[in-house]
Design a protein around this ligand. Structure first.
Ligand SMILES: O=P(O)(O)OC[C@H]1O[C@H](O[C@H]2O[C@H](CO)[C@@H](O)[C@H](O)[C@H]2O)[C@H](O)[C@@H](O)[C@@H]1O
Length: 240
C-alpha cells in the first residue's frame, strides 16, 4: 500500500543504503546526487529539523558521503549518535576492541580475495557481492567471529553479514531521538529497505506513526515503495 502524505508534524527517520541511494557494487561506490542533498535540506527545513538518518553505516563514513549535510545521524545500527558534524557519541555499553575484531576478520577472509572486509568503529562487515557463491563461507566465518565475540550480534545485510554490538538497534536510536527536540511530540515516520530496519519500523508503528518498506521482501511496515527513486518522489511531493 502506498504511504499517506507525510504529516506536517512528522518526525522523519530515513535509512541510507537501498533507501535514499541505490545499492552499489561496493560500499564506497554509492552515489549521492545533488538532488538528494537538496531534498534532505528542504525536508529538514520543512520539518523544523525533525529529520534524522538512521543507518548501518558508521557516522563518519556516512557524513563523508553526504558532504555538507548538517543534520542528525544515528549510525552503526544504533551504536552511535551524531547531532552535528564533528560530534559523535557512543550509545552502546559493549566492551570493544575494534582493531582485534578487524584483524581477525581479515584473517578469516584471507582465502577469498573477493570478500570485502569493511572495518567499522563498532563492528565489522564481510561483503560477498563480488562473488555470491561465497555466502556460505562468509556465514561460517562470521559465525566463528561471533563465537569469539559474545557481546556482538550477527546482523544480516544485503550480500553481506555484519557483527555489531548487541543491546542497541535502529529502534533504540529512534526511541532516544523521539525524547529529544525537535522530534518529541511529532508523528514518527521511518523508511528502510533491510532487516536491520525492521525493529525501527515496528517502533514507529507502535508510537502511532507509520513505516515504509523500500523494495521487495517481508516486512512489518504497512506501506511500501518500489525503490529509492519512488521514495524521493514521495518525499518531494510532500514538500509541494
Ligand atoms: O542501514 P543502511 O544505511 O541501509 O546500511 C546498511 C549497510 O549498507 C552498506 O552495505 C550495503 O550497501 C552497499 C552499497 O550499496 C552494498 O555494496 C552492500 O552489498 C550492502 O550490504 C554498508 O556497507 C554497511 O556498512 C551498512 O551496514
Amino acid at each position: 500500500m502506498n504511504p499517506p502524505p507525510l504529516p506536517d508534524a512528522a518526525a522523519l527517520f530515513l535509512d541510507f543504503d537501498g533507501c535514499l541511494v541505490e545499492i552499489a557494487h561496493r560500499p564506497d561506490a554509492v552515489v549521492v546526487s545533488d538532488a538528494l542533498r537538496d531534498l534532505l535540506a528542504r525536508l529538514t527545513d520543512r520539518l523544523g529539523g525533525a529529520l534524522a538518518l538512521i543507518s548501518g553505516r558508521d557516522v563518519a563514513d556516512l557524513r563523508g558521503h553526504l558532504g555538507d549535510f548538517p543534520g542528525i545521524i544515528a549510525g552503526s545500527h544504533g551504536s552511535e549518535l551524531s547531532v552535528a558534524p564533528g560530534d559523535i557519541r557512543t550509545l552502546h555499553q559493549v566492551p570493544f576492541d575494534a582493531a582485534a575484531l578487524h584483524s581477525r576478520a581479515h584473517e578469516l577472509a584471507a582465502p577469498h580475495p573477493a570478500i570485502l572486509v569493511e572495518e567499522k568503529p563498532h563492528g565489522v562487515a564481510m561483503h560477498y557481492r563480488e562473488d555470491p557463491s561465497l555466502q556460505n563461507f562468509v556465514e561460517d566465518a562470521m559465525q566463528d567471529l561471533a563465537a569469539q565475540n559474545p557481546h556482538l550480534m550477527l546482523q544480516p545485510a544485503k550480500m553481506a553479514l555484519e557483527l555489531r554490538p548487541a543491546g542497541v538497534g535502529k529502534d533504540t536510536a529512534l526511541a532516544q531521538l523521539m525524547q529529544m527536540q525537535p522530534f518529541e511530540g511529532r508523528v514518527p515516520v521511518f523508511a528502510g529497505d533491510d532487516t536491520t530496519d525492521e525493529p525501527a519500523m515496528e517502533e514507529v508503528q507502535s508510537r502511532g506513526g507509520f513505516a515504509i518498506k523500500i523494495g521487495d521482501g517481508p516486512t512489518a511496515a504497512r506501506h511500501r515503495l518500489s525503490d529509492p527513486a519512488a521514495l524521493a518522489a514521495w518525499l518531494d511531493a510532500s514538500l509541494t
